[in-house]
Design a protein around this ligand. Structure first.
Ligand SMILES: Nc1ncnc2c1ncn2[C@@H]1O[C@H](COP(=O)(O)OP(=O)(O)OP(=O)(O)O)[C@@H](O)[C@H]1O
Ligand SMILES: [Mg+2]
Length: 294
């Protein structure tokens, strides 16, 4: 994947955003995280979560060692290279969601991490972004695993759950609260994909799903709801999900995502609020990221 492609893709995004009065989208570079044998970066504690007042139920413990093995940032890693990249990426997303009213996007707190094809790093970016946002003092984040056929979020975080998104959609007796997984990162809550179901696609495209997404967005207006999603070119539900979103982040894998695939994926979400492109698995070792206003 050449930088040119990103620039081309980015310029394709310029017009709709300008005409809609959206803040300029950006493209961020996320480094290839160190593999299991790479030295573990020195942890710099930046925040020690305290239990919220009146909320004494402990959240499930997120496995920090596992996060590091997978190259995912931990709450103590904001100053590492990976932490820095996601800090840059989250800023415009948070501004679009919670900035001054004049520059906020409609339903800007609903954010989908999308990409054209499998394996480009949607789940990786969604989990990193969620952890990074949860480190903000005044924000909470709900990470929703909407890639229900190949749910990865629980696996990344080392969590377990009984219910998830598909269970809520299928079972009227279940409420959202029954499926939420609170974690020991105080401001990070997870809604897992749920029990596999053969008609999952229909459920995700249903009116119940639309209502659920709206409910999630409005119940806690100061909470960012981040959706990990299936690849746009492989499933129809990704496009349906995209239509509910206030912001869409498109992950591109350096030197892997074919130009045609990216073009097709962008065409599928044309007219929707794409607010950034992430160049993932970049092998550039320098600290140089770019965050072009496009
Ligand atoms: N920046 C990165 N550094 C190191 N490993 C990465 C990076 N991004 C992704 N990976 C790894 O690449 C693999 C694919 O990533 P991931 O599962 O996030 O892709 P995906 O787009 O969610 O795929 P799918 O569409 O199949 O769900 C995983 O093993 C993940 O840990
Ligand atoms: Mg995934």
């Amino acid at each position: 994947m050449s930088k040119n492609l990103i620039e081309k893709a980015a310029s394709r995004l310029r017009e709709p955003h300008a005409s809609n009065g959206f803040p300029p989208p950006g493209a961020a570079r996320v480094p290839d995280a160190p593999g299991p044998d790479a030295p573990i970066p020195l942890a710099v504690p930046v925040h020690r979560p305290q239990p919220a007042a009146g909320d004494d139920a402990p959240g499930q413990s997120i496995d920090r060692a596992r996060l590091r093995r997978l190259g995912v940032m931990t709450p103590d890693d904001e100053r590492t290279q990976i932490g820095e990249q996601f800090r840059l990426l989250k800023r415009p997303i948070l501004d679009n969601a919670f900035g001054p009213p004049a520059s906020r996007l409609p339903r800007g707190n609903l954010v989908m991490v999308a990409s054209s094809l499998p394996g480009e790093g949607k789940s990786f970016c969604a989990v990193n972004l969620a952890i990074s946002i949860a480190m903000e003092m005044d924000r909470t984040v709900l990470l929703v695993d909407a890639d229900v056929e190949r749910s990865k979020v629980l696996h990344y975080l080392g969590l377990t759950a009984r219910h998830g998104l598909l269970d809520i959609l299928r079972t009227p007796e279940l409420t959202v609260g029954d499926a939420l997984v609170r974690t020991d990162i105080e401001r990070l809550t997870v809604l897992p994909g749920g029990t596999p179901y053969k008609r999952a696609t229909e459920l995700l495209a249903s009116e119940a799903m639309r209502k659920l997404v709206r409910e999630l967005a409005s119940r806690y207006p100061d909470r960012l709801i981040l959706f990990d999603s299936p690849p746009l070119l492989m499933t129809t539900e990704a496009t349906v999900l995209a239509a509910h979103m206030g912001q869409i982040i498109v992950v591109v894998e350096e030197r892997q995502t074919p130009q045609d695939a990216l073009k097709k994926a962008l065409a599928m979400i044309a007219g929707l609020p794409v607010s950034g492109l992430v160049l993932n698995k970049s092998t550039a070792r320098h600290r140089d990221y770019y965050y072009d206003a496009v």
